[in-house]
Structure formats: structure tokens, C-alpha cells
Design a protein around this ligand. Structure first.
Ligand SMILES: *Cc1c(COP(=O)(O)O)cnc(C)c1O
Length: 373
């Protein structure tokens, strides 16, 4: 009898107007979202030389294992990480030489960008960025229906600051990944300062690869309330799997973001402790940046020796090159030899773009030998 009652009740609920209306809205949204592809992750090829995601393999695995060993002794996973992000923020502030009330953290810088879009942007917001830009950011804009205007990179994969600014009149917000993923291009510091001076809305400068470049704009936040600099442990510190991102912005934004928008416990205890320990050992890590930069120039020089490729300058830990109509052949031949790189295809006038991460000397040599073959 109870089962029958339940059936009756369910039927009456399904028939109610409210239920139908909610269902329709839900279905509509679901249909709309199902048309999106989402961020396309690289294919996992097990045992391959992984040069497809700009990770940092120059940092020895043992270095990270030591960090985790030390970190696990410092946390009790039974507890919520109360006070944990605050502790990491204060260490980050010291490391960056900025006040701690201007630093916030996220579960990877992806999450910071996502929370920003979800809370500050609507379908009416217009964002100015470059073409290409960070693919995750573009996908997230699509998810929230935020409009983006893109300024095309030149044939040399550079951007002209005045041309970029000329498109900013109707924009509410600027997002630039600097250095840019995937081109490796970075505006000069003067050009970035020009953008900050001339543009009135918020400017997000994503410095995920800042440590491999010539400069950072973190110190400009102090005098520029419209600047938000996003950074991460993923690339420089070789901690992509830990999901540790952070930002530097004005006090008011930082306070509202950390107190209201961000989850109460965005980072797990182990990640917090590893992050703190990694900062303590940052001197050991910084020597790795110069090694990666040197290797980057070697890879560029070597790729340029084949006139079939267009190879672009880079300020990051990867190199973009156009293999033209041979891109699939090069990509597949490398994959057959167990080397995974990123296939990007058409970017502007360049039809067959490929992006390769700079790894250890040995990894890069293997890649270059395979290219030669
Ligand atoms: C890799 C990358 C990030 C991301 O990182 P998290 O791992 O989420 O911190 C952010 N921006 C750009 C441009 C990137 O390439």
C-alpha cells in the first residue's frame, strides 16, 4: 500500500506546473551546454616522453618526493585545513615581496580564473584578449556566455600594443596570458605598462610562465588597482599535479575574493604544506629556470636549421613552430617514437602549428633527434 501511495505522490509531483517548468529550464541549459566541447586535454600516451603540457620535468622527481615526505609530517588529514591558506598566503607574500593582504590562492590558477568569470562577468561583459589565447580561459568564457574580442597575432606571432589597445574601447576587461600560451610571446614591460595606464577596466595578466620570461608585473599591482596578476606553482615549481595557484591584486578585491567568493577550504592540507616548503627551497628551483631558457634557445636554433619549419621566439618553457602541411606527419611520427607534443593546427596564417615543451637536456635531445629522423 505504501509503494502505491509513493507512486501516486510521484505522479502528482511530475504533473505539477512547477516541476515541468524547472525541467524545461534544466533541459534547455543542458542542451545548450551539451554543444560545448569543454577544454580539450592532451591524449594520455602511457610511457611517453611528455612534452605536451608545459610541465616542468627538469625539477627532479626526488625533489618533489622530499617535499611530500616533509609535508606529510606537518599535517593531520583528519582536520580541515583551518588557517592553512592564510599560512601559505603569508609565505607567498614574503616570496613575492608584496603585502599579504594582496595575495589570494586557488585550486590551480584555473580555478581562480573560473571564479573570476563566474562572479564578475555576465553575458553582457566583453573581454578583450589575443588570438590565440589560453584555451581553458576561452572555453570558460563560452561556458558562461561571456563575449570575447580577439586581436590576431601577427605572422611572426607577435602583438602590436597600439593595435591591441585600439580594440579596447568597447571592452570591459582585458585578459592576457603573458607569456602567451601557445605562442610564447610576451609584451615588453613598457607595453604592458601602457595597457595598464590606458585601460580603465580590470586587466588580468596571467603569468603562469612568468618565471621563464624576462620580467613580472607583480610589483605594479601596488600602484595599479585595476591589475590582477595570476600565477601558479604548476609550471615553475613542477607541481602541476598538486593544483596550487595564486594571484596578486588590490586589497579590496583580494579581501572579497578570499572571504566570500573562494571556497572555505580550496586547498588540501598536503598541498598547502608542500607549497610552503617549495617556497623555502625556491633558490634551488630558480637555477632550473636559466637551464630551461638555455635549452629553449637550443631547441629553437635546432628547429630553425630545417627551413621547412617556421619557428617562433618564446619567453616560456615551450616552443611553437609551424610544420605547415606536415604537422600531422610530424606529430604522428613523434608519437610512434613515444614522444608526445601538442598539435594545435591552424593559428592565423600558420596552418600546421605544433607546440613542444622544453624538458631536460636528454628529453630535448631525444625530441630533436626524432625530428631529424
Ligand atoms: C598552465 C596554465 C595555467 C594554469 O594552471 P594551473 O595548473 O591551473 O595553475 C594558467 N594559465 C596559463 C596560460 C597556462 O598555460
Amino acid at each position: 500500500r505504501n509503494i502505491n501511495r509513493c507512486r501516486k505522490l510521484t505522479k502528482s509531483l511530475q504533473g505539477s506546473k512547477e516541476e515541468v517548468r524547472l525541467n524545461k529550464e534544466f533541459q534547455k541549459k543542458l542542451n545548450e551546454l551539451s554543444k560545448l566541447t569543454g577544454y580539450e586535454k592532451p591524449k594520455k600516451i602511457s610511457g611517453s616522453l611528455k612534452l605536451d603540457s608545459n610541465e616542468n620535468f627538469v625539477i627532479a622527481k626526488q625533489f618533489q618526493l622530499d617535499l611530500i615526505d616533509a609535508a606529510k609530517k606537518r599535517c593531520d588529514i583528519r582536520e580541515y585545513p583551518l588557517g592553512g591558506t592564510e599560512k601559505l598566503v603569508s609565505k607567498l607574500a614574503k616570496y613575492l615581496k608584496v603585502p599579504s593582504n594582496t595575495v589570494g590562492v586557488g585550486n590551480g590558477s584555473d580555478q581562480i580564473l573560473d571564479l573570476f568569470l563566474a562572479n564578475f562577468c555576465t553575458r553582457k561583459t566583453r573581454i578583450l584578449t589575443s588570438d590565440p589565447t589560453f584555451a581553458f580561459f576561452e572555453e570558460r568564457c563560452k561556458l558562461y556566455g561571456v563575449k570575447i574580442t580577439k586581436v590576431q597575432f601577427s605572422e611572426e606571432m607577435t602583438l602590436d600594443v597600439d593595435q591591441f589597445l585600439s580594440k579596447s574601447k568597447n571592452a570591459d576587461l582585458i585578459y592576457i596570458d603573458s607569456p602567451n600560451n601557445p605562442t610564447g610571446f610576451q609584451f615588453s614591460k613598457n607595453d604592458i605598462q601602457k595597457i595598464i595606464k590606458k585601460f580603465n577596466g580590470p586587466i588580468i595578466v596571467d603569468e603562469a610562465y612568468g618565471e621563464f620570461s624576462d620580467y613580472s608585473v607583480v610589483n605594479l599591482v601596488r600602484n595599479n588597482d585595476n591589475l590582477i596578476v595570476i600565477k601558479t606553482f604548476s609550471k615553475a615549481f613542477g607541481l602541476a599535479g598538486l593544483r596550487l595557484g595564486y594571484f596578486v591584486a588590490n586589497k579590496r578585491f583580494t579581501d572579497v575574493f578570499s572571504r566570500v567568493i573562494q571556497y572555505p577550504y580550496p586547498l588540501n592540507s598536503l598541498a598547502i604544506e608542500v607549497g610552503i616548503l617549495a617556497l623555502q627551497r625556491s633558490k634551488q628551483v630558480s637555477s632550473i629556470f636559466s637551464l630551461i631558457k638555455k635549452e629553449r634557445e637550443r631547441v629553437i636554433r635546432n628547429l630553425r636549421s630545417y627551413d621547412i619549419f617556421d619557428v617562433f621566439d618564446s619567453k616560456a618553457n615551450y616552443v611553437l613552430f609551424d610544420a605547415k602541411s606536415s604537422d600531422s606527419r610530424v606529430y604522428n611520427a613523434l608519437a610512434e617514437q613515444g614522444i608526445s607534443i601538442r598539435k594545435l593546427g591552424k593559428l592565423g596564417k600558420h596552418s600546421g602549428c605544433l607546440r613542444v615543451t622544453i624538458g631536460t637536456k636528454e628529453m630535448n635531445s631525444k625530441f630533436l633527434l626524432a625530428i631529424r629522423d
